[in-house]
Design a protein around this ligand. Structure first.
Ligand code: ZN
Length: 115
């Protein structure tokens, strides 16, 4: 276990996201975990450091999110959801959130266009 992932793990999550995950310019080709978009070196992306709990025990890993997906997921995370650790895409999570809360992002743009 690396220092970056030295973190109390209580086994409640299959995927536990470490708090040091950061937004940085890619140094290699990566695929966004959420929307599967191919990202080029130099593109900004979120590297998510995580613990994965499977049959072999707890391992450290990482995955990458493009800026668009990261913005959605970070917002949901700030609202208290374990969004970085989810297997669902950012768009699916956002749809779930909107279904769950009744939040309609077009509500105000519609009102403006009628004014
Ligand atoms: Zn993406």
């Amino acid at each position: 276990m690396s220092l970056a992932c030295a973190y109390d793990y209580d086994g409640d999550y299959d995927v536990y996201v470490c708090p040091d995950s950061d937004l940085h310019a890619l140094t290699k080709h990566c695929k966004c975990r959420s929307c599967r978009k191919k990202m080029q070196p130099g593109e900004m992306a979120r590297r998510v450091n995580l613990h994965v709990n499977d049959e072999d025990g707890v391992k450290c890993g990482e995955w990458f999110l493009c800026e668009a997906c990261d913005e959605i997921i970070e917002t949901l995370e700030n609202l208290g959801y374990n969004a970085y650790g989810s297997d669902d895409s950012a768009q699916d999570l956002l749809n779930d959130y909107q279904d769950y809360t009744g939040f309609d992002p077009k509500k105000y743009t519609r009102e403006e266009s009628n004014a």
